[in-house]
Ligand binder design. Structure first.
Ligand code: HEM
Length: 284
């Protein structure tokens, strides 16, 4: 059955505040194992019964980080990557977007510099499975186990901290990309996140639309101004993400690279998959 699409700010807010609409069960790509168990214990995917205490652990983990200088750290790390790049052309999403935010959050969590790349690879491994629906594997299960072991073990605090890194990975790359693209094209920025999915545990009404029990609902975050969600699951990392992206954009502004809009590869939802940058003056 196709998902029921909920759009318009008032209806989106109603859907995300409706307790009968809960995050979806794990998809079939998640085989039993550590990666699946982690997803099942994340606030992000928890129904109301378990969400509030898991969310409290996430808020506590995020609160520990607020004094960290995210913008300066993201600017410096981006500048170092840009300074070290010999290529005339590179993909800003891969080289910066999927690297700098996770590394900066890991730094804020106290990860030592030599371990950053390993942590980033582990976070990517779980993001590909939990977020992008690739098959779980021994590699993603080992990545999960290593991350939990590093950040407090298999405890609510450990899961909350790994959740922060997981949520940082793809969403902050998308936020960075959406800013870069909008600035280059001189147009309004598109929301970094298109939609969030809920499943109806009981029949409910959203405005005048009847949602039957068991239906899947796609809640439109694109055109409604709720890029960071709303209600109990609203993003607790917003301020951190915005500071990181501001620092990354500062670093881009300071170098002679330019986005090649004509060469962007697109995803089916119209968002960029790659953002190729070339050194100014070296475009063929
Ligand atoms: C440092 C970066 C980030 C961190 C640490 C972070 C953390 C989180 C966490 C832990 C949740 C789950 C909250 C819960 O279910 O109670 C969440 C939800 C969410 N985040 Fe973030 N996030 C980050 C970046 C972003 C960015 C850049 C965006 C989009 C621009 C975003 C959009 C959202 C949305 C829409 C939700 C709600 C999902 C839903 O209701 O289903 N996040 N975030």
């Amino acid at each position: 059955m196709d998902p029921i699409i909920v759009t318009g700010a008032a209806l989106v807010e109603a859907a995300l505040l409706d307790d009968t609409l809960v995050p979806p069960d794990p998809p079939p790509n998640l085989e039993p194992g550590e990666t699946r168990d982690l997803r099942q214990r994340m606030a992000r995917f928890s129904p109301p019964e378990t969400h509030s205490h898991r969310r409290a652990a996430v808020d506590a983990a995020a609160a520990e980080l607020t004094v960290y200088p995210f913008a300066a750290a993201a600017r410096d790390r981006s500048a170092a990557i840009l300074g070290a790049t010999d290529d005339a052309r590179f993909d800003a999403i891969e080289r910066l977007g999927l690297a700098v935010p996770v590394e900066v959050v890991a730094l804020a969590l106290g990860v030592p510099e030599p371990d950053l790349v390993g942590v980033r690879h582990d976070v990517r491994s779980i993001a590909e499975v939990i977020g992008r629906q690739q098959r779980s594997s021994p590699a993603s299960d080992h990545a999960t186990a290593r991350l939990l072991q590093r950040f407090g073990g298999d405890t609510p605090a450990g899961v909350a901290t790994v959740s922060l890194l997981y949520q940082t990975h793809d969403a902050t790359a998308a936020l960075f990309g959406s800013h870069l693209l909008a600035r280059r094209r001189d147009e309004a920025r598109r929301s970094a996140v298109a939609a969030t999915i809920r499943c109806a545990t009981a029949a409910t009404m959203i405005g005048s639309t009847a949602i039957p029990r068991g239906a899947t609902v796609s809640v439109d975050l694109d055109s409604t101004g709720f890029e960071f969600g709303v209600g109990p699951h609203a993003c607790p990392g917003r301020a951190i993400a915005e500071r990181i992206v501001a620092g990354m954009l500062d670093a881009i502004d300071a170098v002679d690279f330019e986005l090649c809009v004509d060469d962007v590869e697109w995803q089916p939802d119209g968002r960029p998959r790659t953002l190729p940058m070339t050194r100014v003056g070296e475009r063929s």
